[in-house]
Design a protein around this ligand. Structure first.
Ligand code: NAP
Length: 320
């Protein structure tokens, strides 16, 4: 089969297609014939060698994908050969024509959802769900600011928050990104490059403040996030690219909480809850992943460059 094989950590060009044997599922595992793989920023950090936990080389990247069940290991029930599925977690990597996963990381993909959309579920939707419900304990009627609403996690957070009855404010750095977030459930949108936005965001809450911030760039925004929170407000740090200065008094005055999130820290029970909710959302039609771009597998290097560029419009996926 064709798969991306990284032989040494480095620039995007280390992502080259190779011919490798098809992986075989052991007991409790499933082989999926992939149609699409999701490209996440974390795979660029790992590929560059700048990540705390590096895999052994050679390495096939990819946590997320969607396709068809191709082989079942001993003892696997609840799915059959030919089933449409998305995967959120893979033992062999999803930038490949086939991957092997633990059976609990393979989830049904409704007919109405494309394979490209299925490949957007794993990291982005699970992160957004965990941020809103498992970390921030967001509730219907609350106001949520999705700070960085135009990317994979952002669009997911907007759709999840709206479906759960929250008022959603979102930001994007481009005109097209701002149109996209409005289309997916935000009722107010701001430019996260505009230094005047803080006052305007506070005004849209009529002085109450924002109950929950889902933050994609804490290094740029955390200090100011604390100044627009409501009493008892929560900021969930999803993404950060450096350090930031905060005034602890902004937190004290509101009895606010700053919450970290790392998807890989999720317990098995939380993982099950997340994907039960996500599958239900796909079936009900409240979750509709947005695909910005589809690239062939042999353009993985280009996908890695694009996923870090400004002007996000949903998800970048690789097609097999
Ligand atoms: P993505 O699709 O590349 O989107 C990045 C988003 O960040 C875009 O909406 C972008 O908006 C926005 N952004 C850029 N500058 C910003 C700023 N100054 N303030 C607010 N937002 C800004 O990436 P993603 O998959 O959504 O992931 C988002 C971040 O979360 C990444 O840093 C990723 O590594 C991290 N993440 C962490 C976890 C975890 O476990 N903690 C899990 C998933 C993702 P424009 O392009 O419109 O400017």
């Amino acid at each position: 089969m064709r798969a991306i094989r990284v032989q040494a950590f480095g620039a995007p060009d280390v992502l080259v297609v190779d011919e490798v044997p098809k992986p075989e599922p052991l007991a409790g595992q499933v082989r999926v014939k992939l149609q699409a793989a999701g490209v996440n920023p974390v795979e660029t950090y790992i590929r560059s060698g700048q990540y705390a936990n590096l895999p052994l080389l050679p390495w096939t990247p990819g946590n997320d994908g969607a396709g068809i069940v191709d082989a079942l290991g001993e003892g696997v029930g609840g799915m059959a050969l030919g089933d449409r599925v998305y995967v959120a977690g893979s033992l062999t990597g999803t930038y490949a024509e086939f991957c092997v996963c633990e059976a609990q990381h393979v989830h049904p993909l409704p007919e109405c959802v494309s394979f490209a959309q299925g490949a957007a579920m794993g990291v982005p939707y699970a992160t957004a769900y965990r941020a809103l419900f498992q970390r921030a304990r967001a509730r219907a009627g609350e106001t949520v600011l999705v700070h960085g609403g135009s990317g994979g996690v952002g669009v997911a957070a907007i759709q999840l928050a709206r479906a759960a009855g929250m008022k959603v404010i979102a930001t994007a750095g481009s005109e097209q990104g701002r149109a996209l977030v409005l289309q997916h459930g935000a009722t107010q949108v701001f430019d996260h490059r505009d230094p005047q936005r803080w006052e305007a965001i506070r005004d849209t809450t009529h002085g109450h403040g924002v109950d929950v911030v889902v933050e994609m760039r804490a290094d740029a925004n955390l200090g100011n996030d604390l100044t627009i929170l409501a009493r008892g407000g929560r900021v969930v740090i999803v993404g950060s690219r450096g350090t930031v200065e905060v005034n602890p008094r902004d937190c004290m005055a509101r009895e606010a909480e700053i919450l970290g999130l790392l998807l890989w820290q999720m317990s098995a029970a939380d993982y099950r809850a997340v994907h039960a909710a996500l599958v239900a959302g796909l079936e009900a039609g409240t979750l509709t992943p947005v695909i910005a771009r589809e690239l062939p597998l042999d353009q993985a290097a280009l996908a890695h460059r694009q996923v870090l560029e400004p002007g996000a419009l949903g998800k970048i996926v690789l097609r097999m």
